[in-house]
Design a protein around this ligand. Structure first.
Ligand code: PLP
Ligand code: COI
Length: 365
């Protein structure tokens, strides 16, 4: 299988006019506005990966028997392109997304997309839709995904797939912007069991989280917090973010990766930055009981959610069937602010990139 594929270009015949694009970029929200193009690459059992194209974004032609529509063989990724003050366009640790995409593909019995093809597809889309990258605090959210397209109702891995990348200009993920979020601890639902698909970024995990997320919204919360499936005691992660706790002695705690939570790239970056800053960092199981007790005693000073879409969001209040409690008086704490500033500084090239996390896109390429 070739690690690189020549991507043919068929630019949009009538792309969005500049004034209409400017209006859409004013307040894009999250996931509502899409750019003009997409990249698609096909996979078949006989040819492997082939037919890589940058072309107008348009609906797929899908057979009603396509495996993805019945057995949910689907995986995705999420990463952002930023326009720097120096007018460069950069990605943050994109090869980590490519690797996680491979891990997700393995778990879902799907073909592995070579890292170079993943990255090449993203770069091609960013180049053609560069005018859609917001300036200021916004970014271009990239959504690579793969679906099983074979028309076949037997239950086995499909023999045909499409990999696709779409993009949307985005602002803050949460409606309240930088305001601390309120989270709902689900008593009835869990996200992932040992041996299940929790560590894979597959659509099914999100489908299964929606009823719990809806319950969170009904209770006036922004996000659901899942506890572990085996004992229903330990905090795992949020519906679409990892979680960190900050203690009075400056220690940072986050649940360990054990196959049931998504290995977040933001999580990994925060762990690295915190360790470098000399903070004590513990990846350990942390129960909801401890959380309530530590909040009550004041030992817990801050909690925050983190992910590509959310960046770092302070958790101000926790609600559950038995009541509610606040962290840090419901306000964002200094550690959350400091870590977010450091991370976004690297991502937007205003801070030093000592780890080689920033990937500059050659816009002429
Ligand atoms: N956990 C879940 C369930 C997610 O959907 C995400 C978002 O991608 C994350 C954690 C954070 O991962 P990352 O930091 O790689 O975006
Ligand atoms: C991301 O942060 O990229 C995600 O996939 C999470 C989702 C809430 C959009």
């Amino acid at each position: 299988m070739a690690d690189t594929l020549l991507i043919t270009r068929q630019p949009h015949a009538s792309p969005t006019p500049p004034h209409a694009r400017a209006a859409l970029l004013e307040d894009p929200g999250f996931g509502k506005v899409f750019t003009d193009h997409m990249v698609t690459v096909r996979w078949t059992a006989d040819k492997g990966w082939h037919e890589a194209q940058v072309r107008a974004r348009e609906p797929f032609q899908l057979d009603p028997a396509a495996a993805v529509l019945h057995y949910a063989q689907e995986i995705f990724e999420g990463l952002k392109a930023y326009r720097t003050r120096g007018n460069d366009v950069v990605l943050f640790r994109p090869l980590e997304n490519a690797r996680r995409f491979i891990d997700s593909a393995r778990r879902m019995a799907m073909p592995e997309l070579p890292e170079e093809v993943f990255l090449g597809a993203i770069e091609a889309l960013v180049r053609v839709d560069a005018d859609w990258i917001p300036t200021g605090d916004g970014s271009l959210y990239l959504r690579p995904f793969m679906i099983a397209t074979e028309a076949f109702l037997g239950v086995r891995p499909a023999q045909e797939y499409v990999f696709c990348v779409i993009a949307c200009p985005v602002g803050a993920y949460f409606k309240g912007g930088a305001k601390p979020v309120t989270v709902w601890v689900s008593a009835d639902y869990t996200r992932a069991a040992p041996g299940g698909t929790g560590a894979a970024k597959c659509g099914g995990n999100y489908a299964a989280s929606l009823v719990a997320q809806a319950e969170a919204i009904q209770n006036g919360c922004d996000q659901v917090v899942f506890l572990d499936a085996a004992e229903h005691r330990y905090v795992e992660e949020l519906g679409g973010m990892n979680v960190f706790f900050v203690f009075e002695d400056g220690t940072l705690v986050t649940p360990p990766l054990g196959g049931t939570i998504l290995p977040g790239i933001t999580r990994d970056s925060i762990l690295t930055l915190a360790q470098e800053a000399g903070l004590t960092v513990e990846e350990r199981r942390y129960s909801f009981e401890e959380w309530q007790a530590d909040a009550r005693s004041g030992r817990m000073r801050e909690a925050f959610a983190c992910g590509t879409a959310a960046v770092l969001a302070a958790i101000g209040e926790i609600r559950h069937n038995g009541g509610a409690f606040k962290i840090g008086g419901g306000h964002e704490g200094p550690m959350t602010t400091k870590l977010r500033d450091q991370l976004t500084g690297i991502q937007r090239c205003t801070g030093a990139d000592t780890h080689g996390w920033v990937h500059r896109i050659d816009m002429e390429g």
